[in-house]
Design a protein around this ligand. Sequence first.
Ligand SMILES: *[C@@H]1O[C@H](CO)[C@@H](O)[C@H](O)[C@H]1NC(C)=O
Ligand SMILES: *[C@@H]1O[C@H](CO)[C@@H](O)[C@H](O)[C@H]1NC(C)=O
Ligand SMILES: *[C@@H]1O[C@H](CO)[C@@H](O)[C@H](O)[C@H]1NC(C)=O
Ligand SMILES: *[C@@H]1O[C@H](CO)[C@@H](O)[C@H](O)[C@H]1NC(C)=O
Ligand SMILES: *[C@@H]1O[C@H](CO)[C@@H](O)[C@H](O)[C@H]1NC(C)=O
Ligand SMILES: *[C@@H]1O[C@H](CO)[C@@H](O)[C@H](O)[C@H]1NC(C)=O
Ligand SMILES: *[C@@H]1O[C@H](CO)[C@@H](O)[C@H](O)[C@H]1NC(C)=O
Ligand SMILES: *[C@@H]1O[C@H](CO)[C@@H](O)[C@H](O)[C@H]1NC(C)=O
Ligand SMILES: *[C@@H]1O[C@H](CO)[C@@H](O)[C@H](O)[C@H]1NC(C)=O
Ligand SMILES: *[C@@H]1O[C@H](CO)[C@@H](O)[C@H](O)[C@H]1NC(C)=O
Ligand SMILES: *[C@@H]1O[C@H](CO)[C@@H](O)[C@H](O)[C@H]1NC(C)=O
Length: 719
Amino acid sequence: MPKRADSFCLLPCLLVLLLSSVLGVIDDPQSKQVYVVYMGSLPSQLEYTPTSHHMSILQEVTGESSMEGLLVRSYKRSFNGFAARLTESERQRVAEMEGVVSVFPNKKLQLQTTASWDFMGLKEGTNTKRNLAIESDTIIGMIDTGIWPESESFSDKGFGPPPKKWKGVCSGGKNFTCNNKLIGARDYTSEGVRDRDGHGTHTASTAAGNAVANTSFFGIGNGTARGGVPASRIAAYKVCSETECTSASVLAAFDDAIADGVDLISISIGGRYPNRYENDTISIGAFHAMAKGILTVHAAGNSPTLPTPARIVSVAPWILTVGASNTNREFITKVVLGNGKTLVGRSVNAFDLKGKMYPLVFEDYLTKGKILVSRYPFSAEAAVASIFRDDYEYYADVSSTPFSLLPPDEFDSLVSYINCTKSPQGSVLKTESIFNQTAPTIASFSARGPNTIAVDLLKPDVTAPGVEILAAYSPLSQPASEGIDKRRVNYSVLSGTSMACPHVAGVAAYIKTFHPEWSPSVIQSAIMTTTWPMNANTTVLTSTDVLAPTEFASGAGHVDPIAALNPGLVYELTKSDHIAFLCGLNYTSKTLQLIAGEAVTCSGETLPRNLNYPSMSAQISKTNSSFTVTFKRTVTNLGTPNSTYKSKIVLNRGSKLSAKVSPSVLSFKRVNEKQSFTVTVSGNNLNRKQPSSANLMWSDGTHNVRSVIVVYTDDYRSP
Ligand SMILES: *[C@@H]1O[C@H](CO)[C@@H](O)[C@H](O)[C@H]1NC(C)=O
Ligand SMILES: *[C@@H]1O[C@H](CO)[C@@H](O)[C@H](O)[C@H]1NC(C)=O
Ligand SMILES: *[C@@H]1O[C@H](CO)[C@@H](O)[C@H](O)[C@H]1NC(C)=O
Ligand SMILES: *[C@@H]1O[C@H](CO)[C@@H](O)[C@H](O)[C@H]1NC(C)=O
Ligand SMILES: *[C@@H]1O[C@H](CO)[C@@H](O)[C@H](O)[C@H]1NC(C)=O
Ligand SMILES: *[C@@H]1O[C@H](CO)[C@@H](O)[C@H](O)[C@H]1NC(C)=O
Ligand SMILES: *[C@@H]1O[C@H](CO)[C@@H](O)[C@H](O)[C@H]1NC(C)=O
Ligand SMILES: *[C@@H]1O[C@H](CO)[C@@H](O)[C@H](O)[C@H]1NC(C)=O
Ligand SMILES: *[C@@H]1O[C@H](CO)[C@@H](O)[C@H](O)[C@H]1NC(C)=O
Ligand SMILES: *[C@@H]1O[C@H](CO)[C@@H](O)[C@H](O)[C@H]1NC(C)=O
Ligand SMILES: *[C@@H]1O[C@H](CO)[C@@H](O)[C@H](O)[C@H]1NC(C)=O
């Protein structure tokens, strides 16, 4: 392994893409940015402790004593380095320090699929019922990096004029024209609304893009690319420039979108996990949207390499928060060896070496005409291809050169082949799609709860496809996440909670076309109580997920658009319920005003866990060996007028809770009738490394209304 590497690498940068759901860090007072400080391989001496070394470097350059929030991640398992928030001058000083190989900026996030809507049950064509007249009157506001107006996904062929309620404008800057599909554009960056990144084009086409047949990434993932509501209109609000997204822009975009008459807002941008609602621009903007009857759908955020508790950036109950899961389509990239053996790795490798064999070299600089094999990512511009080890169960990522990321066992057999063979040879094949029935499972990068502000409010709310999604892209942006890539494409593959969010915005819009009168909380409840449970096998803790088991990653489960049309019972919330919730969190009139934008005083307070939310969560003091908590809820009947719902409690694997519902049967005589009940949950000696969970089901024989119940201890974060 060489001591120094050149500035190009794959893996550290790949990691950094996961560091935030953001294209720039929002709400950052010292204008610090996340950088990855790559320090090469791990020193072999036993007394070396990477994290304290990282902290001492950080302390030296920042002069700050607390590393809280500065050190984002230490890389210490397969190579040395860390990710930290630094100012530009701190970045320069770090780069000059001994042992530092290179410093990469946190640029943009990653990856999204043609097959995802089929996977979710919203099939193409006549099998899916649609209310096309209303769908065409539905406007989705996308707060993002702009949009590529000429993309086929946004062609207005067959569209009539914008809906009458539309009050927005098309001010996309020079050489930017809207049409009857892309009806609005506003710029907060002075760059023009044209998307130079690809992210905004990708998310908009996922939510509401036209069905475009025969799309692929150089043949990979081929099929029809389409949004959840292809007949709906799009308004693009560009808040991210090429270098940053600012909270000021985000707030301005909310302000405009609400006034322009959008029906829904989708936002796949986030800052650091917030500590107070009034410090979180997205919470504030979305509060105003909720007050005007507009639902905000927001990405949960992406975490560094390993799942870490309490990193979720979207924590308000008036927002629908979305985590990322996989679909049953997976991209694999095979490596074939001279001995005939085939190894299976991951990547989105569109390059075809046509099976030609090349010499394999292990961690060597002399790579010209050869395939580099390395445990650590490093520059290999002269190499024909590179093969690295994947220690973190990644998704596949677009590469700028032939590439495959092998899981440790496959990688080790490659290394022993090289070590035991006189002239080791191999080739990297073009990526292919496989069907993987173990889905949905949560993506490793999807940010986990618990909620950093309201400990008794479960977040995220739901999950949706966010791994290896093919959707429209900006032809100004290179498709590869790393390196220099001269290719330009109209459709590309991305992953992230950013990609999951517009799937749920599409589902929410789809529901609204059948139920235009439903409030944001009714739509949110319908989506949350009709989910698929995650794959049963995901409740088994893996070594990397000990601290972050399933509900803190997947919330109520995976969205089911068809079931959500007909939820039976819903949990409704109004603006005053949200204010009572904030009062219950002891927000003062002053801070309430920062959120609600108007003078509010607390009259009724609600214990946060009694907010009429479709999930139930309680944090228990670690000093309580036994506990009893009560949740109060009220449901509204939107199903059959004359109906009787019976309750049932279903415990999840390993859960030792006991729960009682009172009354246990609810009878309704008419639609919109409300009935209240309580759920009393008790238990003892909670597992501190895992929340205990159960499901409350209300069923009338037709509708199954499921709420997850999660109880965890207050030392869960530091077991
Ligand atoms: C407008 O933008 C498109 C896309 O970048 C480009 O092809 C075209 O040449 C531009 N037209 C003008 C007049 O700049
Ligand atoms: C799909 O695209 C490929 C090339 O991109 C082309 O060869 C093929 O004819 C197209 N198929 C259809 C059905 O349009
Ligand atoms: C994708 O392309 C392959 C190979 O051309 C073809 O067999 C497959 O049917 C295509 N899939 C879709 C969904 O069009
Ligand atoms: C949060 O907002 C309060 C004002 O409500 C302010 O005093 C405080 O400094 C902010 N904290 C952070 C971390 O931004
Ligand atoms: C290669 O084999 C030698 C001994 O045969 C061993 O010492 C060395 O660790 C092996 N290298 C790798 C990378 O496995
Ligand atoms: C299928 O997906 C599961 C969960 O993500 C994963 O553990 C497994 O390795 C995948 N199977 C294949 C054949 O890739
Ligand atoms: C769960 O895992 C077991 C053993 O690995 C496997 O046989 C089973 O098919 C899996 N179940 C699902 C639903 O994926
Ligand atoms: C991308 O779309 C444009 C039209 O918008 C088309 O001219 C161009 O050929 C497309 N590029 C590819 C690679 O398909
Ligand atoms: C709010 O204040 C009350 C009274 O001081 C206290 O008992 C309660 O724990 C506080 N609630 C929160 C969420 O901080
Ligand atoms: C925790 O224990 C205290 C003292 O025994 C008790 O008053 C309190 O109700 C318990 N809390 C819960 C949630 O059970
Ligand atoms: C309502 O349902 C009950 C029991 O299912 C039935 O006995 C009663 O006749 C129904 N009433 C009406 C008005 O349909």
